[in-house]
Write a protein that binds this ligand. Structure first.
Ligand code: 13P
Length: 251
């Protein structure tokens, strides 16, 4: 069975002090949670200190981005092995905000995901259609292009270190969640696509997270869907009580 994964994407919020305070507040609220992989993704500058603050807890650390080279003359970039060095076990790749504002493509997502996995990280690869694409009935075509391009050249083994996050762009930060059925429909398409590309066992094993206005009051319905294996949470992950309520969706 697939272990549910609940990840908090803190985006461009929180100083080092605020980030460590949040993880310290979160720890007791999820200390007795079992059977859920819990991940938080602070800004780069807070990673190392948050890693120290969460030591010995059941919370894992993710970065929000990485580069694909290990080192070199690449001013301003951060390599996957440096994320490991800072205490990360996971990294978010190709979030729609990076695609929208920072020119990321399926090609760069593919290189980053491969480099992250080669360095021993779990890559959380994000896909999702815009409102215009959904309204033009292009959702499945867009998702197929993003999943196929993002995972191009992956081995079945490397895919076991990947997680897919489906985040419809129109649901991010808008308070408009996809309905349970809308989300499930796309998740099933993604799993079918992984089966076609990598075989049924790979498809059965891969976790597909939903993201986009996930809150304590809608997480249960989403998590009850057959092909939804977790959540990538933005706004509601910035407070310990609401993120803990999402993590403890099964309680
Ligand atoms: P919100 O939960 O704020 O809609 O953000 C979703 C998201 O982008 C998580 O990566």
């Amino acid at each position: 069975m697939r272990t549910p994964l609940i990840a908090g994407n803190w985006k461009l919020f929180k100083t080092i002090g605020e980030a460590t305070a949040l993880v310290n507040d979160l720890k007791p609220l999820v200390a007795s949670t079992s059977g859920v992989e819990i991940v938080v993704a602070p800004v780069f500058t807070a990673l190392s200190r948050v890693s120290e603050a969460m030591a010995g807890s059941n919370i894992h650390l993710a970065a929000q981005n990485c580069y694909w080279e290990e080192e070199g003359a690449f001013t301003g970039e951060v390599a996957p092995k440096l994320l490991k060095d800072a205490g990360c076990s996971h990294v978010i790749i190709g979030h729609s905000e990076r695609r929208q504002y920072f020119g990321e493509t399926d090609g760069t997502v593919n290189k980053k995901a491969k480099a992250a996995i080669a360095a021993g990280l779990t890559a959380i690869v994000c896909v999702g259609e815009t409102l215009a694409e959904r309204e033009a009935d292009k959702t499945f075509a867009v998702i197929e292009t993003q999943v196929t391009g993002g995972l191009e050249g992956f081995s079945v083994e490397s895919l076991t270190h990947a997680v897919i996050a489906y985040e419809p762009v129109w649901a991010i930060g808008t308070g408009k969640t996809a309905s349970d059925a809308q989300a499930q429909e796309v998740h099933a398409v993604i799993r079918g696509l992984v089966a076609k590309l990598f075989g049924q066992a790979a498809a059965d094993g891969i976790r597909i997270l939903y993201g986009g206005s996930v809150k304590p009051d809608n997480v249960k319905g989403l998590m009850a869907q057959t092909d939804i294996d977790g959540a990538l949470v933005g706004g509601a992950s910035l407070k310990a009580d609401s993120f803990a309520a999402i993590v403890n969706f099964a309680a």
